[in-house]
Design a protein around this ligand. Structure first.
Ligand code: ATP
Ligand code: MG
Length: 192
């Protein structure tokens, strides 16, 4: 059995997960670490494309049943990774038409067996501005009140993940213009 770090990094859309991970990977590669980043949504979309889906942002509009099926297939692929550091870029929950739906339900956590969680947040106003300026994505209606609500839901969902798995959660603030600082904090906290 391999003893690698499997780190699940969550944050609401636009908080800066992908940006932060790009910086972390540069630092880790400089330190000759064998690291891989997996974007859970992209992996699910790859599987969904084989079933006819064409827009990534349609994923969260599928029935919860269908999302659960795709989620499980993606988890099985992730569990096969044996790199020294495996980082999973994902969401603690998804805004589905049926309500907030867990990105990391127990059945998925049992397959992936994460060693660490990182929960990224930022000031609601900053998240709002980051979403507004990123026009590569087809985002849902954006309000400050919604963003605050989502940060609350994230905190509940990630606490549940820690209890289910027994793995620790590191909370990190991705402050405006402070990507390097946030990346450093995560690397030090997890001892990468
Ligand atoms: P999604 O869940 O939709 O994939 P994400 O959490 O991966 O979102 P990013 O795509 O990484 O978010 O970032 C969203 C936007 O915010 C980008 O335009 C990015 O450049 C900007 N951004 C991220 N972090 C910071 C920061 N610390 N300071 C300033 N801008 C930032
Ligand atoms: Mg992203």
């Amino acid at each position: 059995m391999v003893e690698n770090k499997k780190i699940i990094l969550v944050g609401i859309p636009g908080v800066g997960k992908t940006t932060l991970l790009t910086t972390m990977v540069e630092i880790l590669k400089d330190h000759k670490k064998n690291v891989v980043v997996i974007n859970y949504g992209s992996l699910m979309f790859d599987v969904a494309k084989e079933n006819g889906l064409t827009d990534r942002d349609q994923l969260r509009k599928l029935s919860v049943f269908e999302q659960q099926r795709l989620q499980k297939l993606a988890a099985e692929q992730i569990s096969g990774h044996e790199e020294e550091v495996v980082i999973i870029d994902t969401h603690a929950f998804i805004n589905s038409p049926e309500g907030y739906y867990p990105g990391l339900p127990e059945h998925v956590l049992k397959i992936i067996k994460p060693t660490n969680f990182v929960s990224v947040s930022a000031k609601p106003e900053e998240i709002y501005n980051r979403r507004m300026k990123d026009d590569t994505r087809n985002r849902d209606k954006i309000t400050l009140a919604n963003i605050k609500k989502e940060l609350d839901v994230q905190s509940g969902m990630i606490s549940a993940c820690a209890v289910i798995t027994g793995s620790p959660v590191r909370l990190v603030l991705n402050g405006e213009g402070k990507i390097d600082e946030a990346a450093d904090k995560i690397i030090k906290a997890i001892g990468l």
